[in-house]
Ligand binder design. Structure first.
Ligand SMILES: [Zn+2]
Ligand SMILES: [Zn+2]
Length: 254
């Protein structure tokens, strides 16, 4: 009898601890304004401020444009096309999405992986090209960075997106060297910074890539140079077409 009671006490203790840990890591507060939510990472008011890009975008880089012609290609893509066939971003990288992406990048937030991947799944399913992809490839972090951070946000996202769309994840590229943060670099410096930064993983089976259409997944597109450098590696390895998919888009000059 005493034993059963002790066991119950231990089980209760474990449950209390588990709830406390869950509350600590996943509190029901909005990650933007700290208001209450029903468990979602962002409250309805902050969600309403995010600007999804649904129609009226460049067919190559995904940049939003005022006109919604289906064949529209922006001046930047005419001047300097990307190696990718198409890039789509879920929403503009403005407040409060920037804050959410930052939280996702630097503090592991599984809630955010689900929140973002649900929206990205809708983008994939509504897009004829992305919807036809054979696999999702996350943009890798350098091994040292991944070790230090404990996770790669694009990989978390790719896993969730894969389970929601049924398109398999293929973690087949790696970062060969640590690259500088791109924020303060000029377009030329950005290109030089990521040139040769990616390579195929030795374990990657070339047969899995041959003639395949792949979605490269990253958190944000700015100049597109990171996606472009990774796409080149996949195309060289035999992939047929590369599409880009990001949570946010800022589209600065290339
Ligand atoms: Zn809020
Ligand atoms: Zn464009």
């Amino acid at each position: 009898m005493k034993g059963t009671q002790a066991l119950r006490g231990v089980l209760f203790g474990i449950r209390v601890l588990r709830v406390a840990v869950a509350e600590f890591f996943f509190p029901s507060v909005c990650l933007v304004c700290e208001g209450d939510t029903d468990g979602a990472p962002v409250c309805d008011n902050c969600l309403a401020l995010i600007q999804p890009i649904e129609r009226g975008f460049c067919q190559l880089c995904g940049r939003p444009v005022s006109r919604s012609r289906r064949s529209y290609i922006c001046a930047e893509c005419v001047r300097k096309p990307l190696a990718l066939t198409r890039v789509r971003a879920w929403a503009r990288f403005t407040h409060p999405l920037d804050k959410l992406v930052y939280a996702f990048k630097y503090a592991r937030r599984s809630r955010l992986a689900r929140f973002f991947s649900r929206r990205l799944a809708l983008v994939v399913q509504s897009d004829g090209l992305l919807g036809s992809a054979d696999a999702i490839v996350p943009i890798p972090l350098h091994a040292s960075k991944r070790w230090w951070r404990g996770y790669n946000q694009s990989e978390l996202l790719a896993r969730e997106l894969s389970s929601q769309t049924g398109i398999k994840m293929l973690d087949c590229i790696k970062r060969r060297r640590v690259t500088r943060t791109q924020t303060r670099l000029t377009p030329e410096q950005r290109r030089a910074n990521v040139e040769g930064a990616f390579s195929m993983r030795r374990s990657a089976d070339p047969l899995l890539l041959a003639d395949r259409k792949l979605i490269l997944l990253d958190d944000v597109i700015t100049s597109g140079s990171t996606l472009d450098a990774a796409a080149e590696v996949l195309l060289d390895a035999g992939a047929r077409e590369i599409y880009g998919l990001t949570v946010g888009g800022a589209w600065i000059a290339r």
